[in-house]
Design a protein around this ligand. Structure first.
Ligand code: CAA
Length: 264
């Protein structure tokens, strides 16, 4: 995975097992154009397929995680184009088919599609400068990348309604108190990325099968009712007894040593 092959994103391996993807369209505040999203989807797919990678961090710049879908690209589109070509459907495919955990490290603006992109990740860490919002209403549209659905599940109907219908922004602290982000990290340039990479490293040393199973089970909580979700969780839990990592993890505990997971 080399940065040279991409124009709108940067890729790096800041720690063993950790893939870092940085949106890099600074002049447009990382507006999510189609070419950018195609590159993002490719880089995510590569990280997911790479056996050395255990977790992925997705970030933007200090000023903007992403200021939304590219308005200049969208403005002249017609209903027939967007409907026929299922505009934005590829966002969902690019993000939600990834089996490894994705941590969003958000600084600055995460608006519209930028907020939706963060919500498609598994964990959101926010810098104190982060600003979240769904301003599409001011453009004569509504969120089209999952904002009305994922945001409502994250913060509840009344708050989501307020953001979607007024288009107002909320601070990182507000997003934390509403349960939209895991936490606000310390101040300072790059702090949120450092913190996300440290978290990704902590995840990457665990058994990848259990990590992916954990992600699948938590995501099922959004899709299944409680009885189905509990059954799904238990079946996956049972299945993990067929892995070497379960034997290793429990043996290591009993022998008072660190486990050496082989992801098998
Ligand atoms: N699309 C295209 N270009 C964008 C953009 C976007 N979403 N957001 C910012 N830019 C561009 C600006 O046009 C400007 O380009 P020029 O220098 O060529 O004029 C450059 O980025 C810098 O932006 P500003 O000068 O506006 O910077 P600012 O600091 O004054 O304001 C901002 C920052 C409040 C984020 C403002 O840029 C803004 O309101 N952006 C649009 C936010 C928005 O409406 N997002 C939702 C998009 S629709 C969507 O996402 C649909 C969906 O659900 C998927």
């Amino acid at each position: 995975m080399s940065t040279a092959q991409y124009e709108y994103i940067l890729t790096a391996r800041p720690e063993p097992g950790v893939a870092l993807i940085t949106l890099n369209r600074p002049k447009a505040l990382n507006a999510l154009s189609t070419p950018l999203f195609l590159e993002l989807g490719k880089a995510l797919g590569e990280a997911d397929a790479d056996a050395e990678v255990g977790a992925i961090v997705l970030t933007g710049s200090e000023k903007a995680f992403a200021a939304g879908a590219d308005i200049k690209e969208m403005k002249d589109k017609e209903f027939s184009d967007v409907y026929k070509n299922n505009f934005l459907e590829n966002w969902q495919t690019a993000l939600t088919t990834i089996r490894k955990p994705i941590i969003a490290a958000v600084s600055g603006y995460a608006l519209g599609g930028g907020c939706e992109l963060a919500l498609m990740c598994d964990i959101i860490l926010a810098s104190p400068t982060a600003k979240f919002g769904q301003p599409e209403i001011a453009l004569g549209v509504i969120p089209g990348g999952g904002g009305s659905q994922r945001l409502t599940r994250a913060i509840g109907k009344s708050r989501a309604m307020e953001l979607v219908l007024t288009g107002k922004q909320i601070t990182a602290q507000q997003a934390e108190s509403w349960g939209m982000v895991s936490r606000v990290v310390g101040e300072g340039e790059g702090e949120v990325v450092k913190e996300a990479v440290a978290m990704a490293k902590e995840i990457a040393v665990k058994g990848q099968i259990a990590v992916q199973a954990g992600k699948e089970a938590v995501n099922a909580a959004h899709e299944l009712n409680l009885a189905e979700g509990l059954r799904f969780e238990r079946r996956i839990f049972h299945g993990l007894f067929a892995t070497k990592d379960q034997k290793e993890g429990m043996a290591a505990f009993a022998e008072k040593r660190k486990p050496n997971f082989t992801h098998s």
